[in-house]
Design a protein. Structure first.
Length: 341
């Protein structure tokens, strides 16, 4: 959170004066959840000064992806205040567990970011406030527009509640409610993921790990340079914005969330310059950084462009000096990422 501000420059004083008093905006509330771990909002509302100003869409199984928009409630054309509180109850299918939360949102921070975006790009304002819910009761809130920015991360509390009470459905037995939950899971995840959930459960705590910041730097195999000045990045913490493909010293030394997805064009051969659209496997990437960047080391993500593009190689290494010239630099080669055709 906050890196996008580092990359932006403020508009002139006239624009600031023109928009500094704007406190109502056109926005809508959205809910989402991880793709592999379906969730459902049972009820939820945004508030401002004690008044309910925006309901969250409820019902429907959420699997759009962390930080990705899913359900939408559109209030109309009239600008309304931004929220300072959120109340929500939700259900985790992988855990068969209900959660609830009543959280204070950082109103002044949200307002400042909405106003800044309006100053800098009036045609592309923030327009969504997105709630992410995950197993273990993890909760993120982002504001979305041309970029996605995290403004809250917290924890909901468990609720002792039967599926009949959570979904307000007339289940006549535990077997019937279990079958309903099983069917919802099977309809939203792959057979392999369903087996994984039954065997290992949900990775409670993962969404807090996704927020850890590292000093990471993209580099490109010698002789295979990157050919685009910027790359759109979606981060493991759900944020998304563009970064330069070549980092200056300041950006290289700035802690950042880890990338979940990015794309760029590179010189793979003399004649071929593919665009590489890369989905990282989150746990493989996190474990590499937890090993090589645990103490604040600068960690490099090296891309070795190949043809066909699915043969791209990626390895992770840090800037720790080897003990002697004969000791190879420690690196971890990633195996589980996916390059889109």
């Amino acid at each position: 959170m906050g890196l996008f501000s580092f990359l932006n420059f403020s508009s002139g004083c006239d624009a600031a004066a023109m928009n500094k008093d704007v406190t109502k905006f056109k926005w809508y509330g959205v809910a989402t959840a991880p793709r592999e771990y379906p969730m459902e909002v049972n009820r939820g509302d945004f508030y401002y000064k004690g008044e309910r100003i925006m309901p969250l869409p409820s019902g429907g199984t959420l699997t759009t992806g962390w930080g990705e928009s899913a359900s939408v409630y559109v209030r109309g054309d009239a600008p309304i205040p931004l929220p300072d509180r959120l109340q929500v109850e939700f259900f985790s299918y992988a855990e068969k567990q209900s959660y609830k939360a009543d959280i204070a949102l950082p109103y002044q921070d949200i307002l400042a970011k909405f106003q800044q975006q309006l100053r800098e790009n009036p045609d592309r304002p923030y327009g969504e406030i997105l709630l992410g819910i995950a197993p273990g009761g993890a909760m993120s809130v982002w504001i979305k527009g041309p970029q996605t920015t995290e403004i809250f991360f917290g924890q909901a509390e468990k609720v002792v509640q039967t599926p009949r009470e959570a979904f307000e459905l007339p289940f006549k037995s535990k077997e019937q409610s279990d079958a309903y939950i099983e069917s919802a899971l099977a309809g939203r995840v792959t057979p392999e993921q369903l087996t994984h959930i039954k065997t290992h459960g949900a990775p409670v705590g993962a969404w807090a790990r996704f927020r850890k910041l590292y000093k990471w730097v993209p580099v490109y195999k010698e002789g295979k340079p990157v050919l685009t000045p910027k790359m759109p990045v979606t981060f493991l913490n759900g944020e998304s914005y563009s970064l330069p493909t070549q980092f200056n010293d300041e950006l290289a030394s700035t802690p950042k969330p880890l990338p979940g997805y990015l794309h760029f064009k590179a010189q793979a051969t003399i004649d071929e310059q593919p665009i590489y659209r890369i989905d990282f496997e989150p746990f493989e990437l996190m474990e590499a950084f937890e090993k090589l960047g645990a103490h604040g080391e600068k960690v490099f993500i090296e891309f070795d462009a190949q043809v066909p593009r699915q043969n791209l190689k990626i390895r992770i290494y840090n800037d720790v000096k080897p003990k002697d010239d004969k000791t190879p630099k420690e690196f971890i080669e990633l195996k589980k990422f996916y390059v889109k055709p």
